[in-house]
Design a protein around this ligand. Structure first.
Ligand SMILES: [Ca+2]
Ligand SMILES: [Ca+2]
Ligand SMILES: [Ca+2]
Length: 289
């Protein structure tokens, strides 16, 4: 009798469980082409590329650049270049789940700027911060690259794909913070994800209507460049990467490099390089935290 009621309860339990499961994960890619996604990342291989388009070009002018991801075995090489940003400015950068970059039609408060809050309604929360350690969302989070005296930077990280994915599948300890973890059975891929770059010089005056992000100012978080990651089909899957990085290739729209006018930027003011303090060489830790 005992055995019988145990079996009965087990059957009831599993029946209820399977009834409760939602079948929603497979049906949300309405118009987008099929993306390379899987639970274990097995079909992520070879080269992926995102060409940058400039966001808020009336502030930034043109910012060509690109993100390259290359997976070979467990080895993931991440390489990012940005040109002609502001001098010595730290650039927060991350991969987001969203499928497209923000445009001026996402300017919700109609102030003529796409701020980080408006950008995030398009791209979602941070999935992979391109920081000092890609094997973990949390580790290395205070490191971000800084533009050189010409406003250029390149960022390069070698990481373990399996560690990165394992970390992304860990429990999300804080559903209210800026970081997102993947659900247990949520498919993952680089294809179609979005990379967003933030940060302009403190010499630039942004109106108060431009939102910042928590403790970070609107200057630090101002979105400047964005790209949608696509599989690069010229590199057959599984071949060893030859070290050649495609790019710099940016999408430049007509008049995108028109400099800012009006009260946005202090007119005619030169941004002088800071006095020689060479000990950090861009490997700077964040002051607060
Ligand atoms: Ca706005
Ligand atoms: Ca990290
Ligand atoms: Ca979170």
């Amino acid at each position: 009798m005992k055995e019988f009621s145990l079996i009965f309860f087990l059957i009831l339990f599993f029946t209820l469980q399977s009834c409760g499961k939602k079948v929603e994960s497979t049906n949300n890619s309405s118009s987008t082409p099929e993306l390379e996604e899987s639970i274990d990342g097995a079909n992520i291989s070879g080269l992926y590329l995102a060409k940058f388009e400039t966001l808020n070009p009336h502030i930034n002018g043109t910012l060509p650049g690109s993100l390259t991801l290359n997976r070979s075995g467990d080895r993931l090489l991440t390489f990012l270049r940005l040109f002609a940003g502001n001098i010595r400015v730290k650039h927060r950068q991350a991969i987001y789940p969203g499928k497209r970059c923000p445009s001026m039609s996402d300017d919700q408060n109609l102030d003529g700027y796409i701020d980080i809050q408006e950008a995030r309604t398009v791209v979602g929360k941070i999935l992979i911060p391109l920081d000092g350690n890609l094997n973990s969302q949390y580790s290395g989070r205070t490191y971000f690259p800084r533009g050189d005296l010409s406003g250029n930077y390149h960022y390069e990280k070698l990481s373990s794909f399996s560690l990165l994915l394992k970390d992304l599948r860990e429990k999300d300890d804080d559903p209210d913070d800026l970081f997102l973890k993947l659900d247990e059975n949520e498919p993952f891929g680089f294809d179609g994800r979005v990379v967003l770059i933030e940060g302009v010089s403190t010499e630039i005056l942004l109106p108060e209507s431009v939102a910042g992000d928590g403790d970070l100012s609107n200057i630090e978080t101002f979105p400047i460049a964005c790209g949608v990651i696509e599989k690069n089909e010229t590199q057959p899957p599984g071949t060893i990467y030859n070290g050649e990085v495609p790019g710099p290739i940016g999408t430049v729209d007509e008049n995108q490099d028109t400099p800012a006018d009006g009260p946005i930027r202090f007119p005619g003011r030169r941004i002088e390089p800071p006095p020689a303090e060479e000990e950090d060489e861009g490997e700077e830790e964040e002051e607060t935290n």
